[in-house]
Design a protein around this ligand. Sequence first.
Ligand code: HEC
Length: 150
Amino acid sequence: MKLKQIFLGAALSTLALSATANSAFEKPSDAIEYRQAAFSMIRVQIGDMGDMLKGKVPFDAERFKHRANNAAALSKMPWEAFVADSDKGETSALPAIWSDNETFMKKATAFQQYADELAVAAQTGDKKIIAKAFGPWAKGCKDCHSSFKD
Ligand code: HEC
């Protein structure tokens, strides 16, 4: 197969994946579980990275890199699961997510970008550079929760 065809194939399968992304959830409660699981995993990453930066545990550049890579991947995950009708049930998502989705998604997008920047900074292994990139990502939690999470 020619290289061009391989690329085209890859692009098409990505498209197919995003088109079916929302139907991955059979019931609204599946979507709620999915996003809560992603947030729980995000919390583990931020906890360990925060401990390393505060000196609660020794700073380990390799471990930090691993955490930051996880954080970058996980920070992209919760948003597809805020589907219609998943505002009810075992959730602390506030109705504002749906009534002011533009603001919510703006915060979610910035959050993902800051996580990517943190992952890039972590490649340097330089604690000062890393701490500078950690701040904006870490601030995103409270900034969003204060208006969108019960
Ligand atoms: C753009 C908005 C947004 C950002 C950014 C965000 N969260 Fe959340 N978070 C939510 C919403 C909404 C919920 C409620 C989800 C639900 O219950 O359905 C939530 C729920 C949670 C939960 C509870 C999960 C559970 O099991 O019920 C944890 C823990 C959490 N977030 C941690 C974090 C941390 C840590 C960060 C930052 C590193 C973060 N969140 C960033 C919106 C956000």
